[in-house]
Design a protein around this ligand. Structure first.
Ligand code: UD1
Length: 436
């Protein structure tokens, strides 16, 4: 089994290019099957979640090929079929196929989605909205069986701006008859990107990125070529890494416009940011100070995906901070590991109180989920001494090559094998290769 070894306490220096966005790529891959033809995607991140999604697309008869860094999906041979549980259960985004399968072939047979263990992740809002558009969905022990012979536009109001439910409604509406008006839609940038992608293949969607989205159904779509934008959560992770470890780094292509709230918060904590046309410089020299209370919220509020990385930073900040997690109820999974590193954190329900310590110390740690895993890496990079982080497979769900990136930012980190003394990290996406 492999683990990361991080020797902490070194100031950062260097730069990386921010990878393509996971939360944009996954719904876009679902959307590609709406068209009986070819979609060419550039800058699609080579992460495990994308790999699993492509396996599911193959289950439904799509041809999927990589030509270098360009992904080509040919969905002309698409059929109703069923997805293999082993892939669908590994990620939340498999639920996104519900809207697009119903739109394209009129039926869907999907195992329940999996994903990170960050609390209950119900799909009731997805199902209620799709039913409003004419879908009949049965929830069995094994998964979902849905049929929708002739999807109709509808007026849908989401009780909560769920990202996933917004995407599913958009996906089913594209080829529906009539007009769909979706109110209280999620406003995440990835929704706007999904709409831009669909419009590039002939859909007629207005208002993506706002809380009212209007979709006029079209009869068919056409081939398209699209470039996926940079990942704001990955950029945010490395911004927070710099806040934790200190130093100065350049994040090429970081989408500063999507990270205004995070940049504001970092400014209050004593981090300097300099926006350039091609990216973002981030630097921190003195000790970081507490920003007071931070609450996670739907976009444009502070993203739940950066809550654990922020906690890792605040564990070493001056003063007392509070974090309120309002999106998922089990997203404080790193607290015990941080406490073993010397952090002073108390949690009560959805609130964590963090009294910053000057320096944490290295420990043996275990990632339990994607963003929490990245947060442990961050804590280890800022701590004194050496840490061992197990559970790399969780981190690889969303970070293309975290070791390569960390090394390029000046972190002393290596991939090691249990029982192997000196395995040096050098990997490819398909099959990790290690030089001994
Ligand atoms: C959420 C985040 C998104 C993040 C993603 C991955 C928000 C608003 N959404 O998206 O930014 O990238 O996780 O970590 O921060 N809910 C229901 N019923 C449903 C659907 C959702 O009750 O049918 C609830 C969830 O339990 C959760 C909240 O709504 O409390 C947000 O869910 P949603 O936005 O759908 O989650 P994701 O799409 O996974």
């Amino acid at each position: 089994m492999s683990y990361l070894e991080v020797i902490g306490g070194r100031r950062l220096q260097g730069g990386i290019r921010i990878q393509g966005s996971k939360n944009a790529a996954l719904p876009i891959l679902s959307a590609a099957v709406l068209h009986s033809g070819v979609t060419v995607l550039k800058n699609c991140p080579k992460i495990i979640d994308v790999k699993n999604m492509l396996e599911i697309l193959r289950d439904f008869g799509c041809r999927v090929d990589w030509e270098g860094d360009v992904l080509i999906i040919d969905a002309s041979g698409m059929h109703g079929g069923a997805a293999r549980k082993q892939y669908a259960r590994k990620m939340r985004s498999s639920i996104m196929l519900l809207g697009s399968l119903l739109g394209r072939v009129g039926s869907a047979c999907l195992p329940y989605p999996g994903g990170c263990v960050i609390g209950e992740r119900p799909i009731d809002l997805h199902l209620a909205a799709l039913r409003q558009m004419g879908a009949r969905v049965e929830e069995g022990d094994e998964g979902l069986l849905a049929v929708c012979e002739s999807p109709k536009g509808a007026e849908v109001v989401l009780p909560f701006p769920s990202v996933g439910a917004t995407e599913n409604v958009i996906l089913l509406s594209v080829l529906s008859e009539g007009i769909t008006v979706l109110d209280n839609a999620a406003r995440e940038p990835e929704i706007e990107e999904l709409c831009r992608f669909l419009n590039s293949m002939g859909a007629c969607i207005r208002g993506g990125g706002s809380s009212r989205i209007v979709i006029a159904g079209v009869e068919k779509l056409h081939d398209t070529e699209f470039t996926i934008g940079p990942d704001r959560i990955v950029a945010g992770t490395y911004m927070l890494l710099t806040a934790a470890a200190g130093g100065r780094v350049f994040l090429e292509a970081a989408p500063a416009g999507q990270l205004k709230g995070v940049l504001n918060l970092l400014g209050r904590m004593g981090v300097c940011a300099e926006e350039r046309k091609d990216g973002l410089w981030i630097g921190r020299s003195g000790r970081i100070c507490s920003p007071g209370t931070v609450q996670t919220e739907p976009y444009p509020g502070f993203p739940t995906d950066l809550q654990s990385p922020l906690m890792a930073v605040l564990a070493g900040a001056e003063g007392e901070s509070r974090i309120r997690e309002t999106i998922f109820e089990a997203r404080f999974k790193i607290v015990e590991d941080l406490k073993r590193m010397g952090a002073d954190i108390c949690t009560k329900g959805q609130e964590a109180v963090i009294r910053g310590r000057e320096m944490l110390h290295g420990e043996t740690l275990a990632a339990q989920e994607l963003r929490g895993g990245a947060a442990l890496v961050l804590a280890a990079a800022a701590a004194e001494g050496s840490s061992r982080i197990r559970g790399l497979s969780y981190i690889e769900r969303g970070y293309e090559n975290i070791v390569r990136d960390l090394q390029a930012l000046g972190v002393v980190v290596n991939l090691r094998e249990e029982n192997e003394k000196d395995a040096v990290y050098e990997r490819t996406w398909e099959k990790p290769e290690r030089k001994i």
